[in-house]
Design a protein around this ligand. Structure first.
Ligand code: ZN
Length: 153
C-alpha cells in the first residue's frame, strides 16, 4: 500500500440548490488538512482526491451514501418539552447538545408543540447531495506518528 499522505485543500461546499453551506476560502481560515485512509473526511470526497496533487482543481459531487448518509427517520423523534428545562424559548432550527448512551450528540429542533418538541439527531447534511469545489493546496507524506494516531498533526 502506498504511503498515506496528508492532503490540504481549499473547498467550497454547496447543496443541490446552489446555496453555499461551508467554505474554507474565507478570511482567517486555513486549508482543511486530512490524513488519507483515516476517515477524516467523507469517503466520496476523499476518493475523488486520491490521485490528485498540489495545484489540482476539481468539482466533486457526493451522493448521500458517500457523504453523511441517508436520513434515518428513527433519529427524528418527539421528546417531552420538560426535557428542555431552563430553556425559555424553543424554536425550530435551534441546536442542542444531548447526552446519549453513545456520548454527546448535536440534535436540531424541527417542530415545537405544546407538550412535545420534535428533535432530529441526523447529521445536518444527511440525505443531501453535496457539491464540492476543491483545490489541492499541498500534499506531503504522513509521519509514522500521524498514521498511528489517525489524524494530522
Ligand atoms: Zn495525534
Amino acid at each position: 500500500m502506498a504511503q498515506p499522505r496528508v492532503v490540504s485543500i481549499h473547498y467550497t461546499l454547496t447543496n443541490d440548490q446552489g446555496e453555499e453551506l461551508d467554505s474554507s476560502r474565507v478570511e482567517g481560515r486555513e486549508p482543511l488538512s486530512y490524513l488519507e485512509g483515516a476517515q477524516n473526511i467523507i469517503s466520496g470526497l476523499e476518493s475523488a482526491l486520491n490521485e490528485k496533487s498540489s495545484g489540482d482543481q476539481l468539482k466533486v459531487t457526493v451522493a448521500p451514501a458517500d457523504g453523511y448518509g441517508e436520513v434515518n427517520e428513527e433519529l427524528i423523534q418527539p421528546v417531552p418539552r420538560t426535557a428542555f428545562e431552563g430553556v425559555e424559548t424553543i424554536e425550530p432550527g435551534m441546536q442542542f447538545q444531548a447526552q446519549t448512551p453513545g456520548g454527546p450528540q448535536i440534535v436540531r429542533v424541527v417542530e415545537v408543540a405544546d407538550e412535545t418538541v420534535t428533535i432530529d439527531a441526523n447529521h445536518p447534511l444527511a440525505g443531501q447531495t453535496l457539491h464540492f469545489d476543491v483545490e489541492v493546496v499541498e500534499t506531503r507524506d504522513a509521519t509514522d506518528e500521524e498514521q498511528e494516531h489517525g489524524h494530522v498533526h
